[in-house]
Design a binder for this molecule. Structure first.
Ligand code: NI
Length: 171
């Protein structure tokens, strides 16, 4: 058994944030503990979403709560998303990249199919903030972060901050 109750937030350049996360094979108490801990971290850090790699765990799971509360948090296990609509630029931040903000292009709509903590498959159609959050968190499962999606000017602005994070969280 892995005890996920002690997980902490990971920040750039922690290597797990760069890896492709692995599918969850079995939804058991271990995974339920992980989901609870991820909700706690998200609320503590005042975010609206958190992906497995951001808790230091290389598994395909994320939680999203568009109002930032644990009560309204939805857990997505092994999610598959399908994007649609037009591209919209809006400002995003990321708990693993503190101090870095910038416009990121995302599709206006997406549908997601995932498994919940009881092992049941569910689907959602999303627009607005939820659609954006789903695409942001899904990126984390692919080892991708907003710093990779910023435009040229925002990338330049982020450069110094990234260096600081490398000094603080690198080895
Ligand atoms: Ni993020």
């Amino acid at each position: 058994m892995t005890d996920y109750s002690k997980c902490e937030i990971t920040r750039y350049p922690t290597p797990v944030l760069r890896e492709k996360a692995q599918p969850i094979e079995e939804i058991n108490d271990e995974i339920r503990v992980l989901a609870e801990r991820m909700k706690e971290i998200m609320v503590e850090q005042k975010g609206v979403g958190l992906a497995g790699p951001q808790a230091g765990v290389n598994l395909r799971i994320f939680v999203i709560s568009t109002d930032g509360t644990a009560e309204n948090a939805i857990v997505y296990i092994n999610p598959v998303i399908k994007t649609s609509g037009k591209m919209i630029a809006n400002e995003e931040g990321c708990l693993s990249l503190p101090g870095i903000y910038g416009n990121v292009n995302r599709y206006s709509h997406c549908s997601v199919t995932a498994t919940d903590l009881d092992g049941n498959e569910f689907s959602q159609d999303a627009d607005g903030l939820l659609a954006r959050a789903l695409q942001h968190e899904f990126d984390h499962l692919e080892g991708m972060m907003i710093k990779d999606r910023l435009g040229y000017a925002a990338k330049l602005r982020a450069k110094r901050k990234l260096k600081q994070l490398e000094a603080e969280y690198g080895d």
